[in-house]
Write a protein that binds this ligand. Structure first.
Ligand code: AHR
Length: 503
């Protein structure tokens, strides 16, 4: 099968905001405890943070990590996680039916972020709490000493403000499962007043208001319209979430799901523009896609704990999806969608980062390893920085549940002018046929193939585990060439590729 692609240097979608390669860590299952924090682990640093995990995280060069939730944040008291550890309370976490020791709080998390070279994106509890606690939290984190909260932070070991710029006004407030779930009007009013109050403290904060938990919510997309009517001028981003699943074991349908993601983004972009027009506003609001990933492998095993049948365990195994090779293709397609929609998606967070629906897995007291999906995320984060190009793609397609004529190739391109590098990320969705792709490189001058990495496997079900960590890993690609102004590559059936061209 053949596909032709045209890439022109001047046909830009947008400069990509590096923050689309961000991640998310929640106090959930073993994400924090025995994930990033395990004081008696052989690799633990002086703060009790696992060095082996920190190394795998640092390699990803993650711009921001959203914290501390998720559903967890909607009943979280941030004050429980400050001050001497031995005085911190153990609380029942109502979102995940577990116990929270509070051994890790904002100070410990900030230190870890410095270790792994990332920044905090903090979520505020607008579920069980409200405006006053939001204000106190932001003043504690960013306020000057000489004020009540700034001085308390200093007493707890940190005189300098944490200087966190990016704040989420609650989490999934449209969801009936959420502690403190609200209607769009109730939430819009609260978020608007909270934004106004936080801006009175610091105009330069970047604020993210909650959009839909997924595009199947009954309230979508009216939720976004109403919430933005109440908040448009005082927020910078609207948050969207989406998780992907192949419960029906239909790969063709599964790998078409990023078309649904694409429509979701386009619809909310239109909603933003509608509200902007209604308000006659100059202000821009963008999308923060701050939870996305594959999530379904662990659903059955999680039922016991989520149903409360196991009491209130501390850091149990929850949402521990073991990702397979098929999920590599899915994550590749999702990341391509964010690159192609980088004009409006300015933040995106893979959910989550360690153990809980995560690219990194650990054994308590044991190894840390890369799950299969680590690799497409790694390649996009490291090499997908620059300007997204608007490609013209001609390729045969197939009809799927969510869309017709889904092209067998899913491809995005990023031009990094400073490095003189043009990078393509491509997925062949065909089960049995290789795809011979010819990419016409227009306006780039001389071109030379720099790197070609491939992920493929005889089994879609192949996984990496603690005892077999390198079952699914990238291999050097073969056979790609540049002839004149054309890049020619043959993509094996069911494969993920990264091709880098020096231009
Ligand atoms: O990431 C897991 C959960 O998914 C988050 O806590 C919640 O925001 C979403 O429903």
């Amino acid at each position: 099968m053949k596909a032709t692609v045209t890439a022109h240097k001047d046909f830009a979608i947008s400069k990509i905001d590096d923050r689309i390669y961000s991640a998310f860590l929640e106090h959930l299952g073993r994400a924090i405890y025995t994930g990033i924090y395990e004081p008696d682990h052989a690799t633990a640093d002086k703060n009790g943070m696992r060095g082996d995990v920190a190394k795998l995280v640092k390699d990803l060069n993650i711009p921001f990590v959203r914290y501390p939730g998720g559903n967890f944040v909607s009943a979280y008291n941030w004050e429980d996680g400050i001050g001497p550890r031995e005085q911190r309370p153990t609380r029942l976490d109502l979102a995940w039916h577990t116990s929270e020791s509070n051994a890790v709080g904002i100070h410990e998390f900030s230190d870890w972020c410095e270790t792994v070279n990332t920044k905090m994106m903090l979520a505020i509890n607008l579920g069980s709490r409200g405006l006053d606690e939001a204000r106190n939290f932001v003043e504690y984190v960013n306020g000057p000493t000489g004020s009540y909260w700034g001085d308390l932070r200093k007493k707890n070991g940190r005189a300098e403000p944490f200087d966190v710029k990016l704040w989420c006004l609650g989490n999934e407030m449209d969801g009936p499962w959420q502690v403190g779930h609200k209607t769009a009007v109730e939430y819009g009013r609260l978020a608007g007043e909270t934004a106004k109050t936080l801006r009175a403290f610091d105009k330069s904060l970047e604020l993210v208001v909650c959009g839909s938990s997924n595009s199947d919510m009954k309230t979508y997309p009216e939720w976004e319209r109403v919430v933005l009517e109440h908040t448009y001028e005082s927020v910078d981003h609207i948050s969207l979430h989406m998780y992907f699943a192949n419960r029906a074991k239909n790969t063709a349908n599964y790998l078409a799901l990023n078309h649904k993601l694409d429509t979701y983004i386009a619809t909310i972009e239109s909603t933003i523009n509608l509200v902007k027009a209604n308000k006659r506003s100059k202000h821009n609001v963008y999308i923060s896609f701050d939870e996305w990933n594959v999530w379904y492998h662990s659903n059955v095993q999680d039922r016991e704990i989520l149903g409360g049948n196991k009491g209130w365990p501390h850091a149990p195994r929850l949402l521990e999806d073991v990702y397979n090779f098929e999920d590599v293709l899915q994550v590749g397609c999702i990341l391509n969608t964010f690159i192609r929609r980088s004009n409006v998606v300015k933040i995106a967070c893979i959910a989550q980062l360690v153990n809980v629906i995560a690219p990194i897995m650990t054994d308590p007291k044991g190894a840390a390893w890369r799950q299969t999906i680590y690799y497409p995320y790694y390649f996009a984060s490291i090499y997908g920085r620059g300007t997204a190009l608007n490609l013209a793609v001609k390729c045969p397609g197939y009809n799927a549940d969510v869309a017709d004529n889904v092209p067998y190739v899913d491809i995005s391109a990023v031009h990094n002018e400073a490095e003189g590098m043009l990078t393509f990320f491509a997925v062949n969705r065909h089960a049995t046929e290789k795809l011979d792709v010819e990419v016409s490189l227009q306006g780039f001058g001389t071109a030379k193939l720099h790197d070609h990495q491939v992920l493929t496997h005889v089994s879609l079900e192949a996984v990496n585990t603690g005892s077999d960590q390198n079952n699914v890993v990238p291999q050097k690609g073969k056979g790609a060439v540049i002839e004149g102004q054309t890049l020619k590559a043959s993509l094996p059936p069911y494969s993920y590729q990264m091709l880098r061209v020096k231009v």
